[in-house]
Ligand binder design. Structure first.
Ligand SMILES: Cc1ncc(COP(=O)(O)O)c(C=O)c1O
Length: 389
C-alpha cells in the first residue's frame, strides 16, 4: 500500500466529538465573563436570566402556543427520565429503539419502571423500526436522532394528529439541526451540550398542553425523587417553566447557553442552524461516497443524520481479517489523528459496528470537515501501510 503525503493544513478546530460537541466558532472562556456567579439563582437578576434563556429558546425553536420549556437537572438524561417518571403508566406504552440511547429508555421502561403494558419496536444497526406500528391510543417513546448510529427519523407523519396517548421524544442531537413538527410531539428533551455546543449540566424539558393535562390528572404509582418531580402536593410546579428551577443551576453553564443562543440568533435562527448542519453533513457523505473503506451506517439515505454522521468501516482487505482487526484498525486510526491533533473523538460509539462518528452540527465549520477528509485518507493509508502490508 503506497503512502500519501501528510496534509499540510489541519482543521482550525479538530473537535468533532458527538457530545459534548464543539463550541461555536470563535468561543473563548471570555464568553462567560458576564456570568452571574456567586449570586443566587432566586435573586431577581438570577430568575430573570433563567427566564430569558427559556424565552429565547422558545423563540428560536418557534414553539407553538401552549408549549412550555423548563431548565432541569442532569442534562438530557435528566430531562427525559423526568418525563418518563412523571407521565408514563397511565396507558399502554410503545417504545421505538434503534440505537444505544433509545435502548436506555427501553431499559428504564422495562426494568426500572416495570411498565406492564409495553410494546417494543427495535431495529438492527443502521435501520429504523417500522414507525407506522405506533398506536395513537398508547403513549410512544422514541429518539429523533440516534446519535450512536446516525439514523434519524425522516419526519413525524407516522404520529396521529388525533392521538390519545402522549409522544415523548428525546431530540438531543436533532433539535436546532432538524425540522421537528411540534404539533406531533408532547414532550421533547435535549441537553445544552449538543447542537449548540453548550455545557452538559442541564436539560431542557418542553411540554405540550396535552402533556400538562396528563401531569395534572395523573399520579404515578412509583416514588419520584425531588430532582425529578414536576408536582408538589398534587400541584404542577408551574413556575419551573418561568425559570424557577427545582434545585441550584450552574450560572456559568447558563451564561454559556445564553452565549450559544446569541450566536444562533445572530446566524439567523433555526433555518440557518439547519442549513449549516445540512451543508456540513454533505461534506462527509459526499467524501464517503468516493471512498471504498467507509460507508454510511444508515441504510436509507433519507434517514442519514446531519449531526452525528456514522460511517461503517468497510475496507475489504481488513474486513477479511475479522471484527477484531477492524476494531484495532479504527482504534489506531483514531489515535493517530488525535496524536496529529487533526481530529478528536471520532471513533464510533462502543458496541456499535466499527467505524467513525463525525459530528457535523451547526457549531462545526464546513471548511474543517473538508480538511478532515484529507487527513482521513492519509491516516487510512498510513495505518494500512504500517500494519497490514
Ligand atoms: C440520543 C441521546 N440521548 C441521550 C443522551 C444522553 O445525554 P446526556 O449525557 O446529555 O444526558 C445522548 C448523549 O449523547 C444522546 O445522544
Amino acid at each position: 500500500m503506497t503512502r500519501i503525503a501528510k496534509p499540510s493544513i489541519k482543521p482550525v478546530n479538530p473537535r468533532f466529538s458527538s457530545g459534548p460537541c464543539s463550541k461555536r466558532p470563535g468561543w473563548t472562556p471570555a464568553a462567560l465573563s458576564g456570568a452571574l456567579t456567586g449570586r443566587s439563582h432566586r435573586s431577581r437578576e438570577g430568575k430573570a436570566r433563567l427566564a430569558d434563556a427559556i424565552a429565547r429558546t422558545r423563540d428560536i425553536l418557534q414553539l407553538p402556543e401552549g408549549y412550555q420549556a423548563a431548565i432541569v437537572p442532569a442534562s438530557d438524561t435528566g430531562a427525559f427520565e423526568m418525563a418518563m417518571w412523571n407521565l408514563l403508566g397511565a396507558r399502554g406504552t410503545d417504545v421505538f429503539a434503534w440505537e444505544v440511547f433509545g435502548r436506555v429508555w427501553l431499559k428504564d421502561a422495562l426494568d426500572i419502571l416495570k411498565l406492564g403494558d409495553l410494546r417494543v419496536f427495535d431495529a438492527g444497526w443502521g435501520q429504523l423500526p417500522d414507525m407506522s406500528q405506533a398506536d395513537p391510543v398508547r403513549d410512544t417513546i422514541f429518539t429523533w436522532n440516534g446519535t450512536t448510529t446516525g439514523v434519524c427519523l425522516k419526519d413525524a407523519s407516522w404520529i396521529s394528529d388525533t392521538r390519545e396517548g402522549l409522544t415523548l421524544c428525546d431530540a438531543t442531537s436533532a433539535i436546532f439541526a432538524q425540522r421537528i413538527d411540534f404539533s406531533k410531539i408532547d414532550v421533547l428533551t435535549y441537553s445544552w451540550q449538543k447542537v449548540l455546543g453548550g455545557e452538559a449540566a442541564h436539560g431542557m424539558l418542553i411540554m405540550s398542553p396535552r402533556a400538562f393535562a396528563r401531569l395534572e390528572s395523573y399520579e404515578p404509582p412509583w416514588p419520584i425523587p425531588k430532582t425529578m418531580r414536576l408536582k408538589e402536593k398534587g400541584k404542577i410546579l408551574r413556575d419551573l417553566f418561568d425559570g424557577v428551577t427545582i434545585n441550584t443551576p450552574s450560572m456559568l453553564c447558563l451564561e454559556d447557553y445564553a452565549d450559544a443562543l446569541t450566536w444562533a440568533e445572530g446566524l439567523g435562527g433555526l433555518d440557518a442552524l439547519i442549513a449549516r448542519a445540512d451543508r456540513n453533513a454533505a461534506v462527509i457523505y459526499n467524501w464517503a461516497a468516493s471512498t471504498a473503506w467507509l460507508a454510511p451506517l444508515a441504510q436509507d439515505p433519507l434517514t442519514r443524520s446531519n449531526t452525528s454522521v456514522c460511517l461503517k468501516f468497510s475496507d475489504p482487505d481488513i474486513v477479511a481479517h475479522g471484527e477484531d482487526a477492524c476494531g484495532r484498525f479504527i482504534a489506531e486510526l483514531g489515535a493517530l489523528l488525535e496524536a496529529e491533533e487533526a481530529a478528536f473523538d471520532i471513533v464510533a460509539y462502543r458496541g456499535v459496528p466499527h467505524g467513525l462518528r463525525i459530528w457535523t452540527g451547526a457549531t462545526i465549520e464546513a471548511a474543517d470537515l473538508e480538511c478532515l477528509t484529507g487527513w482521513l485518507d492519509w491516516a487510512h493509508r498510513e495505518i494500512k501501510a504500517r500494519e497490514y502490508v
